[in-house]
Design a protein around this ligand. Structure first.
Ligand SMILES: CCC(=O)SCCNC(=O)CCNC(=O)[C@H](O)C(C)(C)COP(=O)(O)OP(=O)(O)OC[C@H]1O[C@@H](n2cnc3c(N)ncnc32)[C@H](O)[C@@H]1OP(=O)(O)O
Length: 516
């Protein structure tokens, strides 16, 4: 008879085997690549000692050589004391590819996250559908996708790419809120070998889908040098978010600096006298929120628009700001996608939005029209209109043309709209305005005087049209404020709007249609 001691021994042996399912060869493979195990990665992500694994002993039934875990580690733990669900691919088992038990484990833990209403962090290192498992693998990809969709906008979802993310494995991560990747990881839907066969193109994995390549096109939201930096970035991202849309984000150090500070006063000298001169918008952002902390999302793409998280009075806010140092702060097709995603992310989790505006308008150009600037920009307008979170808009300098709406003017969605005295709110910049609307007048001026008259008309336009005053007189903005008061004004506005509730409007439609 097998006694308790033997049963315990068997348990210990089995768990030891499950800890390293690919045995010595798996360990050697990791060592040759210089990477940790899936479980070590999970432990580096979570608060120490909080990881509880689920399904360590799952493996393909009836297959004597089947490896424990089936290529994925699943479970739950804590980040900053709050519960999270974790998924980590084990590349030593069939390259972390998706087999039946892999699929069942992931689908189960996603259901668990839904029921417990807690965030999901997935550590990706997978070769896609498991070739040997044929349609079973494809079926479980589909099951996992359906489970994941229910979580989108309900709980935060983060993907961390630490190696390969190939073929079918790309669709899970792109449907999460944010993707952070180490710089040596890569992501593609068809690999270099298939591309060579089908199109004859020669390309390396890195050239094809390296982390920097995918960050520049906006697929990956942040690239780090090391795995630990990726974990820290994910932890920090989650610190700005509630555990689910049913809760509020954590409150961190409320009540800082209730009066105007020396740092606030520095805002008075940031905007250059010349309209053509740039400045770094981060200099403003670091001074108008709580503590100079800013968690930027997607900095590697469309740097003409800055998106990221910070706090006001200890509460999370999302920031959308133009960057005058890149394309003069003009808005284009690429930054439209960045804005739409970020606005919807904040709205899903009840995080108020602050728009900081200094843009000469929509970027003109043949390439832009070909790139679909119209549909992509149209989605930003829709995202702002649909957002029900508090929205504040602060015009610090230019707010011209279509970008007036793109940056959440009051008529489109802002609850409170403020402007600095340096604001220029108009249909178009002074030079273009004079050249178009003043063309006939200029043609009547003798040629030798034309340049001087044009300069005069530009000055006149800037003094009388492109100002904050007309907008203030008509109530299109709520107040023109001293720059140094911005931090406190945003704080007061968000206090006022804290209990903002979207007026319930009955509309029998299923959903609106986004321009695509
Ligand atoms: C939903 C539809 C789909 O997903 S269809 C597409 C299926 N997947 C693919 O075509 C990608 C196949 N994998 C690859 O091309 C390579 O593994 C890539 C991604 C380039 C990475 O290579 P490498 O750095 O060597 O990977 P690795 O050391 O992590 O792992 C290699 C071992 O894992 C295995 N592996 C990998 N992918 C799969 C897969 N999809 N199905 C079954 N096994 C897979 C490899 O065979 C290799 O195994 P072994 O170590 O030689 O025993």
């Amino acid at each position: 008879m097998v006694g308790t001691r033997e049963k315990l021994e068997r348990l210990r042996d089995t768990l030891a085997t499950a800890e390293e399912p690919a045995g010595a060869s798996g360990i050697a493979k990791r060592q040759s690549k210089g990477i940790p195990s899936a479980r070590e990665r999970v432990r580096s992500l979570l608060d120490p000692g909080t990881f509880v694994e689920i399904g360590a002993l799952a493996r393909t039934p009836g297959a004597p050589d089947a490896k424990y875990g089936d290529g994925v580690v699943t479970g739950h733990g804590r980040i900053d004391g709050r519960p999270v669900v974790v998924i980590a691919h084990d590349q030593t088992v069939y390259g972390g590819s998706v087999g039946e038990m892999f699929g069942r484990k992931v689908a189960h833990i996603l259901k668990f996250a839904y029921e417990k209403a807690c965030p999901v962090v997935a550590i990706n290192d997978s070769g896609g559908a498991r070739i040997q498992d044929a349609v079973t693998s494809l079926a479980w990809f589909a099951h996992m996708s359906r489970r994941q969709e229910r979580l989108s906008g309900f709980v935060p979802q983060v993907s961390i790419m630490l190696g390969k993310c190939a073929a079918g494995s790309v669709y899970g991560p792109v449907n999460t809120d944010v993707l952070v990747a180490t710089e040596n990881s890569y992501m593609f839907v068809t690999g270099p070998e298939v591309i060579k066969t089908v199109t004859g193109e020669d390309v390396t994995a890195e050239e094809l889908g390296g982390a920097h390549v995918q960050a520049r096109n906006g697929t990956i939201h942040h690239v780090t040098a090391t795995e630990q930096e990726a974990f820290d970035w994910a932890r920090k991202y989650l610190s700005y978010l509630p555990s689910s849309c049913l809760e509020q984000a954590p409150l961190v150090n409320p009540g800082l600096e209730p009066e105007i500070t020396a740092t606030d006063l520095e805002l008075e000298s940031i905007i250059p006298d010349s309209d053509r001169e740039g400045y770094d918008m981060h200099e403003i952002l670091l001074r108008i929120f709580d503590d100079g902390d800013f968690h930027e999302i997607r900095s590697a793409t469309a740097a003409n628009l800055i998106t990221g998280f910070t706090r006001v009075d200890g509460r999370s806010v999302g920031v959308v700001a133009n960057q005058p140092l890149v394309l003069g702060g003009a808005v284009d097709a690429k930054c439209s996608d960045k804005a739409t995603h970020f606005i919807r992310l904040c709205n899903a989790f009840g995080i108020p939005l602050v728009f900081v505006v200094d843009t000469p308008g929509v970027l003109p150009g043949v390439e832009e029209e070909r790139n679909g600037v119209i549909v992509r920009g149209g989605r930003v307008f829709r995202a702002i209109i649909e957002a029900t979170v508090p929205i504040i808009n602060v015009v610090v300098r230019k707010s011209y043309g279509g970008a007036y709406g793109f940056m959440a003017c009051k008529q489109l969605g802002a609850d409170i709209s403020l402007a600095w005295p340096t604001a220029r709110i108009a249909v178009i910049g002074a030079e273009s305005a004079v050249d178009i609307a003043g063309r006939r007048q200029l043609l009547q001026v003798p040629e030798e005087q034309r340049a001087a008259v044009r300069d005069f008309m530009i000055d006149q336009y800037n003094a009388t049209v492109a100002t904050p005053w007309i907008a203030a007189e008509r109530g299109y903005i709520d107040a023109v404020i001293e720059p140094s008061r911005t931090r406190l004004e945003i704080r007061h506005a968000l206090q006022l709007l804290r209990d903002k509730e979207a007026a319930a409007e009955h509309n029998p439609r299923k959903h609106s249609l986004y321009p695509m």
